[in-house]
Design a protein around this ligand. Structure first.
Ligand SMILES: C[S@@+](CC[C@H](N)C(=O)[O-])C[C@H]1O[C@@H](n2cnc3c(N)ncnc32)[C@H](O)[C@@H]1O
Length: 247
């Protein structure tokens, strides 16, 4: 099966989802931006993710459960996976799921791989790839998770379009986005402060721009694609959505 999760066995790997890939041309190339704040402060981000952010594993698992009946293997992608928080939790919970986390930050991917290895997980892997490049894998993925991703992308609608394209008929997408500028900015500010205090301050770069969406804007963004069904709710400091593609 020419699947996005079949990359290891493919002779010609698609350009954008591989361990050493070039990035999608719509994003800055690694050469132009060799180190982002996520690269430099990956430890701080991983700590925030693990200990301070809301955990939506339960809601994601509930949304996934109906599709996990039957014997067919299912493929899930966590787009902008960072330290692979959800990929690892879901891999442990659902051994029948094959999970790929993709991200642009090699240090965060390394962290995700190490944690998965230490937990003995065999059904998840982490690859360098741009969320936009998912558009190159039409109808191949059963489920996509996008947590705290859309707010940091310059054109979130493009990423959503790529996710929609990559989903199989009947596939679903779980989205979680902070509702408050404050809660979105705090981890980035913490990362930035730590970086300032560290010896790498000379390489200090700008804080990634993030755009927190209000409820109407979040709904409008989600509705840019022709989902068969959309369920949107607020959970503490997050807008959440489960979107299902027509079968
Ligand atoms: C705020 S973090 C979210 C990480 C994780 N999803 C979570 O829930 O904590 C955003 C992540 O997206 C990654 N990222 C930024 N732009 C991306 C893109 N175009 N494609 C894939 N990942 C991207 C960053 O490297 C970072 O790890």
């Amino acid at each position: 099966m020419p699947d996005v999760l079949d990359l290891a066995t493919r002779r010609e790997e698609p350009a954008n989802i591989s361990e050493n890939s070039d990035l999608d041309p719509r994003c800055q190339s690694p050469a132009a931006n060799p180190s982002t704040l996520f690269d430099r402060c990956w430890r701080q981000y991983a700590i925030c993710r693990e200990h301070f952010f809301t955990d939506h594993t339960h809601q994601i698992a509930s949304a996934l459960s109906p599709m996990l009946t039957g014997s067919r293997q299912r493929f899930l992608v966590e787009a902008g996976c960072g330290p692979g928080f959800y990929s690892r939790r879901l891999a442990a919970r659902f051994p029948q799921l094959q999970i790929t986390g993709i991200d642009l930050s090699e240090p965060l991917l390394h962290c995700a791989r190490e944690r998965a290895r230490r937990s003995g997980l065999q059904n998840c892997r982490f690859l360098r790839g741009d969320a936009l490049s998912l558009a190159g894998f039409p109808h191949q993925i059963d489920a996509v998770i996008a947590s705290r991703l859309l707010l940091i992308l310059p054109e979130p609608a493009l990423a959503l379009d790529a996710i929609f394209t990559a989903l199989r008929p009947g596939g679903l997408c779980f989205i979680a986005e902070p509702t408050s500028t404050w809660s979105a900015a705090v981890p980035l500010l913490l990362m930035k402060m730590t970086q300032r205090l560290s010896r790498t301050s000379s390489s200090a770069g700008p804080i990634p721009r993030s755009r927190v969406l209000n409820t109407p804007d979040f709904e409008s963004l989600v509705e840019t694609r022709p989902w068969r069904s959309i369920r949107i709710w607020k959970d503490r400091q997050y807008h959440c959505a489960v979107c299902k593609k027509a079968a």
